[in-house]
Design a protein. Sequence first.
Length: 94
Amino acid sequence: MAKMIEFDSIAREKLKKGEILIYEKAVQNPDGSQKVFFVAKIYMNAKPEEVWKVMRDYDKFEEFMPKLRECKVLKKEGATYYVRYETKVLWVEA
């Protein structure tokens, strides 16, 4: 089971006000290159099963993810989905 995410009081208040919290983490690869991961956290006033129903409806992602170019389920193993997302560059408008 995934570890529960703990929020400090400042982050919790920001989330409840509707802010989206975005965290960046750089990871060094063995070959010296670098991977960057982004995690966005939002507060949803909904039951977990309602959230997962939307989050697993990959065919409708473009309706609420305007920067999405493509979303493709590569494989599914039980409750685990392997999904490829292709997005426009975030925060950059051309």
